[in-house]
Ligand binder design. Sequence first.
Ligand SMILES: Nc1nc2c(c(=O)[nH]1)N[C@H]1C(S)=C(S)[C@@H](COP(=O)(O)OP(=O)(O)OC[C@H]3O[C@@H](n4cnc5c(=O)[nH]c(N)nc54)[C@H](O)[C@@H]3O)O[C@H]1N2
Ligand SMILES: Nc1nc2c(c(=O)[nH]1)N[C@H]1C(S)=C(S)[C@@H](COP(=O)(O)OP(=O)(O)OC[C@H]3O[C@@H](n4cnc5c(=O)[nH]c(N)nc54)[C@H](O)[C@@H]3O)O[C@H]1N2
Ligand code: SF4
Ligand SMILES: [Mo]
Length: 792
Amino acid sequence: MTEEYKDGPFGISRRHFVKASTALAATTFFYNPSARADGTGTPATGDTSPADERVVPTCSTFDCGGKCDIRAHVAGGVVTRITTLADDELDPEMPIMRACVRGRGYRKFVYHPDRLKYPMKRVGKRGEGKFERISWDEATTLIADNLKRITAKYGPASRYVHVGTAVSGGTFSGDSMVRRLLNLTGGYLQYYHSVSMGNTAAATPYTYGVAASGSSLDTLSETPLVILWGHNTTETIFGHSNHYYQKMKQNGTRFIVIDPRYSDTVSSLADQWIPLRPSTDNALMDAMMYVIISENLHDKAFIERYTLGFDEASMPEGVPANESLVAYLMGAKDGIKKTPEWAEPITHVPAQTIRQLARDYATTKPAALIQGWGPQRHNCGERTARGSTILATITGNVGVKGGWAAGYGGDASRKFTTGPEMPDNPVKEKISVMNWVQAADDASKVTPQDGLTGAESLTSNIRILFSHAGNYLANQNPDINQTVRVLEDESKIEFIVASDLFLTPSAKYADLLLPETSFMERWNIGETWGTASYLMLSEKLIDAPFETRTDYDWLREVAAKLGVEPQFSLGRDEKQWIEQIWEATRKSMSDENLPTFEALQVQRHHLFKSKPNIAFEDNIRDPQNHPFATPSGKIEIFSKRLYDMQHPEIPALSHYVPAHEGPEDALAEKYPLQLITWKGKNRANSTQYANPWLQEVQTQKLWINPLDAEKRGIAQGDSVRIHNDRGVSLIPAEVTQRIMPGVVALQAGAWWQPDANGVDHGGCANVLSSSRITALAKGNSHQTMLVEVAKA
Ligand SMILES: Nc1nc2c(c(=O)[nH]1)N[C@H]1C(S)=C(S)[C@@H](COP(=O)(O)OP(=O)(O)OC[C@H]3O[C@@H](n4cnc5c(=O)[nH]c(N)nc54)[C@H](O)[C@@H]3O)O[C@H]1N2
Ligand SMILES: Nc1nc2c(c(=O)[nH]1)N[C@H]1C(S)=C(S)[C@@H](COP(=O)(O)OP(=O)(O)OC[C@H]3O[C@@H](n4cnc5c(=O)[nH]c(N)nc54)[C@H](O)[C@@H]3O)O[C@H]1N2
Ligand code: SF4
Ligand SMILES: [Mo]
């Protein structure tokens, strides 16, 4: 099979074409139920499956929000088709997810003619994208030699493994195995903070003592009102969300969606859409709280029993007067009551809408305010994330069935595998993910104030960098133009290794570019997001094409050249690692129902049919024995820990503070439009960008409101120039009322395509986004940027 594969695995070579079409033609009249791998697959209507076809339930291991059961139809060593599980296979109690449009297009990703085929080393200047083919032996020798040289010269803290989320949906990846290898040979400089939801994770413990934890969605079956706050689950999937929300909708739950964009979630679920100016969420929240409290709609008994800092009578020791929530809302210090009329010019939400929203939320019992991660990928993200916890608290929606405690955090009862054994990292200092460009440029500038932990200063710049399954050297990192200036300087980072399936805008900056297999060409276990609690086998379906290899495979060779192969691999091949991880998971969960690895290969997935899980239920039911993990043991509306930081952007109450580059910034005079991005249905971040089927699903365009377009003489489809001091992007305009006036939007993840003048023609928002670090979390603010748009 391998031989044939080398000839043309991409569905375009003549040999493959003949082979596949013959197989299909031969079996047009067959219906072969036994072809299903395990008896669970259902052939689609009008089935024309070839006789030797296996229909394998499997999943990708992308970081896409789902972990869907796709059915790969495999015949003659080729995946000929992808379907998904049928309606009658859904378990109504805990359904497995069904493939989205991206999943149904996976073949066009795997069999794409542009896939990287051979290891290559850079020949031009770094970033030029000129490479020449080399052998795997030369590639692994280059890595081993550079690792030895750089480690001897600069120490292990000069070694860095970059963001690479495309394999994070699986238990085993090159990304984790390179960390294992580096730990075995001295360690590496680690980063913390998740660019996905790190601002939420850092902020919500100040309310509850632990990071935001959602409940399981089955607890919402009788909730009459759900507010989706910057949460676009129709596109982003988030585990089982759509299944539950659609069921609730049918049962009469009312949905309100708060988003500057009329998202697919608005069109598929919402009874009411409330657009607001990005980064002003806290002003809306403050005004909602003002209405709730001034109209006496707050849950007094709940507040009294469980919380700290609501009014002056419930403040912690050592804080002067007028710092409580009520004092702030009533303007005790600044003389400004935080009324809906105060919030209207800030948010652009009409005062009457705010008033009604507040009343609806406070008087519907229970109600769930569920916040997505879009609003917290802002410069004010921590405040927004904490703001929603305070609204939930004053309305008594925490720890009760049908309520919701915190911005979306996933269900704490969700189960994970153990992952591969990871030796300790001897390098103790860590940087925030936002510090890496600085650490590559001039490490002496990375200070504890900016996010360095575990040391007062760094011992070295980043000198060798591994980027596995990430497009984060350029494309996905904020402020690309500033970033690539550092990357292009070959005296800074001395050696960059990238592993991908495509020559992405980031891969162009590699010194060594390695072609990995796709998820269809290796074994793994898929792990779900959100409240979808199951594990699923991701089977090796087809042979690796050309000279592609799994990262683990070539890392073994590097380990051998470093003299640590036995310790690194423990003698296991990839499948043996998966088996070992599965068995270790069975032991650690002590779950007798978890099948053996052998049984898993028949069963395919394991559902954790756990009881509905309500976040903080114990703390509310029995606070005596289950105090919150905060210093006071209570829900902290006012956080003394935040107060003591005495930082204007870290208010103890999480109230509205205008964001840098928000609509109130002086820069808005020069750049009057706020640009936001969203995660669209046709790719996971930038993964599958080149997939031709998915490019047909949605074209990259700038969403602009007719009012803003008209002012600028822009008509539908006109080419427009989006610009600010950081960069310029030139793409067509989509003039649409789906975006509110004053705001423009680009789908995230489009490939950066700079011309000779540095003007992007791909519609990549990160030529315009800012690398400003959030105050508390030291995290990202990809979403907060001001721009101007002109007809090109
Ligand atoms: N289809 C698809 N699904 C995905 C991904 C993908 O790329 N494509 N990526 C996956 C990943 S890695 C992640 S981290 C998650 C991310 O999931 P999210 O972070 O929740 O997704 P986003 O689309 O960034 O943001 C959600 C919504 O927030 C809105 N928004 C932006 N700014 C503001 C604001 O200031 N206030 C309010 N109220 N709303 C605002 C956006 O318009 C958007 O509709 O999704 C995952 N799922
Ligand atoms: N403007 C803006 N920027 C953002 C965001 C935003 O909302 N707006 N979101 C941020 C968020 S939440 C995230 S998570 C990051 C995501 O940023 P990244 O982690 O960089 O994720 P992707 O862009 O999907 O890039 C993954 C790469 O891995 C490759 N790949 C896929 N499968 C495999 C495999 O099996 N092996 C190997 N070796 N490679 C593979 C894909 O081809 C792709 O090039 O982006 C961040 N950047
Ligand atoms: S891309 Fe994600 S959501 Fe879509 S089918 Fe695959 S696993 Fe499911
Ligand atoms: Mo993410």
